[in-house]
Design a protein around this ligand. Sequence first.
Ligand code: 1CP
Length: 363
Amino acid sequence: MSSAALPASHPLVDGRTAAAPLVAALRRQKPSHRPVWFMRQAGRSLPEYMEARAGTSMLEACLTPGLASEITLQPVRRYGVDAAIFFSDIVVPMRIAGVPVDIQPGVGPVFARPIRSMADIEALPDLGVTGDRGSFDTGLDAVREAVKLTVEELETTPLIGFAGAPFTLAAYMVDGRPSRDHLGARELMHTAPDVWEALVRWTSKAAGLFLRAQVLAGASAVQLFDSWAGSLSEADYETHCAGGSRAALTAVADLDVPRIHFAANAGHLLDALGAAGATALGVDYRMPLDAAARVTGGAFALQGNIDPAMLSAPVATLMRHVQDVLDRGSEAPGHVVNLGHGMPPHADPEVVKRIVDLVHERG
Ligand code: 1CP
């Protein structure tokens, strides 16, 4: 596949990030050192984030290009990580489309009108088609601007763009708010498969357009967060969700950027996640990376999987755990060190910095 569709000024094309350790590892080539970044590396664990965010709501911050860019850059400056993850949220495309959604502090995404019926789906805003200048595409300009500002500052450090996978988005849109077992979404796929399918079509289109905007504006890799897919059986994932994730990832497949697919608690889904159009797989902390490499037959670069709970352990215990992750990760054809899920808000930045230094020394 060629990268002809990326603009000549894109960091992968003009060479800034083409040889970056993150990109090399994700492409299963030999990086100069083992790359490391952390899911939720920006956010409440950083005092500079708390200061920058003060007085601005989460979604307003995401849609204010200068602020979103500044927050994206903070963990790169502080930790020297090998990638920035774009500061945004999986529900940002819904907000841009005009769906009434908010992120409530201490709760998470809350949708004012949960999706229950075909009439609810028909009332969802039209997303337009790729390349048009409809209101969704125009709304994405704030995202493009934030990505551009960020990439200019990052120089040789790649920016990772992301989107929520259709199941994870639907888990919020159907229940209306965070839920433990995502029962509403799982019920809908069985009680009203036509409504479910229509919702997956809409969410995968929104996710695909969101990813594509980030890549064309300068992101050097993408991650699809299928965070809650682990609550599905493999059969339900295959039948009702994989197609939507495949559609979202396919939206950037022609741009030849590495595509990471992550789900938590999903050892049983690794094959299915890979088959949905990913080039790399995020592995949570429950499955050792050498086991994940065996299961996936060496076909995918792997990302993970420091247990976030270990960040609170005595330093010697944590460092032994990180070394174990490095050892097991070397069984994969490419390994990007990360946490097995998001950074806890009370993580100590000093401890996080020690992990980055250890990975750079030993990896
Ligand atoms: O640093 C980063 O990783 C970048 C920013 C980022 C990302 C990648 C944020 C900022 N959100 C996300 C993705 C996201 N959002 C996911 C997938 C990642 C994962 O599995 O953890 C999910 C499930 C969400 C939904 C969401 N948004 C939640 C979880 C709610 C639940 O069900 O438990 C929450 C708390 C949010 C709000 C949010 N998003 C991001 C931040 C920093 C925050 C907290 C906002 C605040 O300050 O109140």
